[in-house]
Design a protein around this ligand. Structure first.
Ligand SMILES: [Zn+2]
Length: 326
């Protein structure tokens, strides 16, 4: 299944715009969905998910205090899009989760250089593109998409390094680096999928997760991870066409243990030098003990061209992967 040109164009347009406020981003996404929902049947609804108390990792990103309880303090939101009515609590066996950091300054672990970080929402937009394309198909595969929008800014309520957060599924995470926020919003999405999609068998996360992806694979292909050897093998065989290249990811439970807080994991294992692999190794903590397969695309090296314009990468790759995992 090939992504249509008009969808790709719209995804690029949204990615290229600097829209820092997640609420404003929500508005843009809703507009796009209604524009593409021409016949009124293809797309039913977009669900804003605002379970603030229940989504602690996303809540801890950027300028959001972990204990924030009201909507007035902007900064995070989750959107679930689907093409079935009553999509909430659905049983879609495949869930796509995209990182949607509207702007990543790094938080208090401030980046030295952050020009272009409006593109840090590209993973969520890749999921949106895929969902728009699936809505056009006669036979729609049963897939859910989670768009994890949040802004990672600095302010008086910024999460300070060393903050410990307990996730919805009772995992303790010590945020030892506020710039490793993408994996936090993805982990929240994974937990959401495990709680709400009782039939979930496959989760695919996509994100501009690690800047070092470019040192790993240049602009040849996006690093790909899967705990299903068959999917890993498939991607290896078709890596040229898919523009994805599978990397190994051995267990890193030990490396992610917090030395300071008993029973907690850190969000950045400083000892792990292969940062792109380490990103997936963090996410793997959240499917541990389940039978759910976790596949992951790190598109940080593929999101833009030499002029800093979005390439609309990801939607086509997700569509290709769905043919293997569905
Ligand atoms: Zn970051």
């Amino acid at each position: 299944m090939k992504i249509d040109k008009d969808i790709l164009k719209e995804i690029k347009r949204l990615a290229d715009e600097v829209i820092v406020d997640p609420e404003a981003m929500h508005g843009e996404v809703c507009k796009t969905i209604s524009t593409f929902n021409g016949n009124g049947k293809a797309y039913h609804e977009i669900y804003p998910l605002r379970f603030l108390k229940e989504r602690p990792l996303c809540d801890a990103v950027g300028n959001n205090a972990p204990l924030r309880l009201t909507f007035e303090n902007k900064g995070e939101d989750y959107y679930k899009v689907g093409h079935y009515p009553k999509i909430l609590n659905t049983n879609a066996p495949v869930v796509l989760i995209g990182k949607g950091i509207t702007y990543d300054t790094g938080g208090l672990d401030l980046k030295h250089q952050m020009y272009g970080m409006h593109l840090d929402k590209s993973g969520a937009l890749a999921v949106l593109g895929t969902m728009l394309q699936l809505a056009r198909q006669k036979k729609k595969p049963n897939v859910d998409g989670l768009l994890m929008f949040a802004s990672n800014l600095i302010g008086s309520r910024s999460t300070v390094p060393g903050t410990v957060v307990t996730t919805n599924r009772k995992k303790k995470v010590e945020i030892n680096d506020t710039d490793a926020e993408g994996r936090l919003v993805l982990a929240d999405g994974i937990e959401y999928a495990l709680e709400h999609n009782k039939q979930v068998k496959n989760i695919i996360t996509i994100a501009t997760l690690t800047g070092v992806a470019e040192y790993t694979l240049g602009k040849y292909a996006a690093p790909f991870f899967s705990d299903n050897p068959k999917v890993h093998e498939y991607v290896y065989k078709h890596s040229d066409k898919l523009k994805l290249y599978p990397l190994p990811a051995p267990d890193a439970t030990k490396e992610y243990k917090s030395k300071r807080v008993p029973g907690a994991i850190v969000n950045l294992a400083k000892g792990l030098k292969a940062g792109t692999i380490a990103g997936y190794q963090f996410l793997k903590h959240f499917t541990k003990g389940t039978k759910v397969h976790l596949h992951h695309i790190d598109m940080a090296n593929m999101d833009s061209d030499a002029n800093g314009r979005s390439l609309g990468f990801g939607s086509q790759q997700l569509l290709d992967l769905l043919e293997v995992v569905c």
